[in-house]
Design a protein around this ligand. Structure first.
Ligand code: NAP
Length: 312
């Protein structure tokens, strides 16, 4: 049986490291990093995610500023709040929980967040920096995926990696990070032909599809590493809701390593959010004012300083 990658333990280690960075900043007289979280409406899943993020902020010593707004909030009101937070020197990171109510244009709102405070890494400026290997703030879930992979494969250079899913928040950025780490990357999606055959050739499989148990055991070659990003709520045998991933976990025991759901990518996403917030706070204290990330201490993503996703 392969290794089960313990995302909770790896997230805890990253949180401890982040806490140590916060403590050192405060000891050096720097402002305590601050994260503003915006939740519009009362979607129960979003509410749970926001509560987890606020609790995790407290664990690492990051100040959190919660902004819970009614579903009736207009787009202009939300944009005004973002303007205020953009200008607030105590706020180093801004996170606007999606999905937003239907009358609000999420893209417009996310693009209103100043890129250097966009700790989710969703702003086109940060996506572009990732694409060009020029630093920026990396998207949290993809960063978490890479850190989980690094825990079992210290150097993935040369490996064949398959990313299933091409969303802007998971599939595409993960693919670019894998490319930056030296993998030969295939991005699969709903139009891909004979996906099981593509998967069987792959040394690394990242599943970000949103379909329960989509990746089956016979898609995975012995010794492959499988990272399951999916979070799907299904009815369990006892009738209660339970979370499952995009991978038939019980069928992939011949893999070298696999992440469980829950307890895999999920905790890493939050730990990476706090890591990004602290990096943003560090970068806000100096460097080139035109390029707040230029001197960021961790512009290297995970593999190799400065390597980024250089594809020239
Ligand atoms: P998404 O925007 O719905 O994207 C899903 C992707 O899967 C699309 O690119 C789609 O292809 C592809 N797809 C759908 N059916 C397919 C099929 N039959 N064969 C191959 N590809 C197929 O989802 P997302 O936001 O990327 O999220 C993916 C999953 O990750 C969800 O379960 C989500 O809940 C989870 N998630 C987890 C975290 C975390 O912290 N753990 C964070 C974010 C998301 P097309 O583009 O062709 O439609």
């Amino acid at each position: 049986m392969g290794e089960i990658i313990d995302g909770r333990a790896i997230a805890r280690e990253l949180e401890e490291q982040t806490k140590a960075e916060v403590d050192a900043m405060v000891a050096a007289g720097r402002p305590r990093p601050g994260l503003a979280v915006i939740l519009v409406g009362d979607d129960p899943a979003s509410d749970v995610y926001v509560s987890h993020k606020v609790k995790a902020s407290a664990r690492v010593g990051v100040r959190s500023f919660e902004n819970r707004l009614p579903a009736s909030t207009s787009q202009d009101e939300l944009l005004e709040l973002i303007d205020r937070l953009n200008a607030d020197r105590e706020v180093h990171g801004i996170l606007c929980q999606v999905p937003l109510p239907g009358h609000i244009d999420a893209r417009h709102v996310l693009e209103a967040i100043r890129p250097e405070k966009d700790v989710d890494g969703f702003h086109p400026m940060n996506a572009g920096r990732l694409m060009t290997g020029t630093g920026g703030i990396p998207a949290c879930t993809p960063l978490g995926v890479m850190k989980l992979l690094a825990s079992v494969v210290p150097d993935p250079s040369g490996l064949d990696a398959l990313v299933i899913g091409r969303s802007n928040i998971v599939g595409k950025p993960v693919a670019i990070m894998l490319l930056g780490a030296g993998c030969t990357v295939t991005i699969a999606h709903s139009r891909t032909r004979d996906l099981p055959a593509v998967a069987r050739r792959s040394d690394v499989i990242v599943a970000a599809v949103g379909i329960p148990r989509f990746v089956r055991g016979d898609w995975v070659k012995p010794g492959a590493v499988v990272i399951d990003v999916g979070i799907n709520r299904i009815a369990g045998e006892d009738g209660k809701a339970k979370l499952v991933g995009d991978v038939a976990f019980d069928e992939v025991q011949h893999a070298k390593a696999v992440t469980p759901v829950p307890g895999g990518v999920g905790p890493m996403t939050i730990a990476c959010l706090l890591h990004n917030t602290v990096q943003a706070a560090m970068a806000s204290g100096g460097g080139d004012p035109r390029d707040p990330f230029h001197d960021a201490p961790d512009s290297s993503l995970i593999y190799g300083a400065g390597e980024g996703a250089s594809v020239e």
